[in-house]
Design a protein around this ligand. Structure first.
Ligand SMILES: NC(=O)c1ccc[n+]([C@@H]2O[C@H](COP(=O)([O-])OP(=O)(O)OC[C@H]3O[C@@H](n4cnc5c(N)ncnc54)[C@H](O)[C@@H]3O)[C@@H](O)[C@H]2O)c1
Length: 274
């Protein structure tokens, strides 16, 4: 039996970076359905616009803004547009992120030859992009003395995976930032600001499909099979699996929860393999 946490978000404004993507798109749709005003910031404007249209077609309030999280000026103007259109931002969800094939070791590319540019770009996207968004939106939260930031980390931050060194390290840095910023904002600005992270396990999406399944047959790759056999719950996550955790973090039920990383991974990070 699934019973759903009842959360009224009708007075809330939520900005999501990477809002056009699979996971944040699903989170945004769920928040829009519960009455939040939703701003989807994404470098891929079409993807963000599609999620915004979906939310509006179900009676919700949503806007899409083209924004590169690695460009602070774009973040500043996006934040101003969100405030103008929807009001002050209560919640920032940092979801822009992902790995790159060029920063992944393989038979063709050993660790020793991984491209410095690719490693830097993965680190920047997953760490610096969230850092800059926290600066821009966090400053407003500090001024309003309330707010909540949720960083979308990864289970790979807790248990580094083979082949994706930059991605694991960047997400580990993001976990550290989550803790650091939770303390910093409370100590210096307001005890009504929270910063938490969610560490999803394996969700089959476009960014990892080429690693987890065969592109021609769709069958699990050896890596995909290894993941399933190391996931006690025996399946990949579905985007909706994250929604309950986001709703809980945004609800009053979690009002004393701050500076934590919630693993949503079917038990992967708890399993030692034997
Ligand atoms: N899919 C998984 O299994 C999984 C597991 C753990 C963590 N995550 C994390 O969850 C988040 C969402 O992943 P997803 O699977 O939905 O991926 P996705 O590729 O569907 O979504 C990522 C979105 O970020 C956007 N983006 C990329 N670069 C950007 C930039 N510079 N500025 C603004 N937007 C940018 C993309 O256009 C895309 O819409 C990522 O941070 C990812 O690392 C995913």
């Amino acid at each position: 039996m699934t019973s759903e946490l009842q959360v009224n978000l009708s007075e809330k404004v939520v900005a999501l970076t990477g809002g056009g993507g699979v996971l944040c798109g699903a989170i945004a749709r769920a928040l829009g359905k519960r009455g939040a005003g939703v701003a989807l910031l994404d470098v891929d404007e079409d993807a963000a616009a599609k999620v915004a249209r979906d939310i509006r077609s179900e009676g919700g309030l949503a806007i899409a803004i083209e924004c590169d999280v690695l460009d602070k000026n774009q973040l500043i103007s996006a934040a101003a547009r969100v405030e103008e259109r929807l009001g002050p931002v209560d919640v920032l969800i940092n979801g822009a992120g992902g790995n790159r094939a060029e920063a992944t070791t393989s038979a063709q590319a050993s660790f020793f030859e991984l491209s410095e540019d690719a490693v830097r770009s993965v680190f920047e996207l997953n760490f610096l992009g969230a850092f800059l968004a926290c600066q821009v939106f966090g400053k407003k939260m500090a001024e309003h003395r309330q707010g909540h930031i949720i960083n979308i980390s990864s289970m790979t931050a807790i248990r580094p995976l083979t082949r994706v060194p930059a991605y694991c390290a960047a997400k580990a840095a993001l976990n550290s930032l989550t803790q650091w910023l939770a303390v910093h904002l409370n100590q210096n600005y307001s005890q009504d600001i929270r910063v938490n992270a969610i560490a999803p396990g394996f969700f089959l999406t476009e960014q990892n499909r080429y690693l987890l399944s065969d592109k021609d047959t769709g069958k699990l790759s050896p890596r995909g099979g290894a993941i399933i056999s190391h996931t006690p719950m025996g399946r990949f996550g579905s985007p909706e699996d994250l929604v309950g955790t986001v709703l809980w973090l945004l609800s009053d039920s979690s009002s004393f929860v701050n500076g934590i990383v919630v693993a949503v991974d079917g038990g992967f990070s708890a399993f030692g393999g034997v």
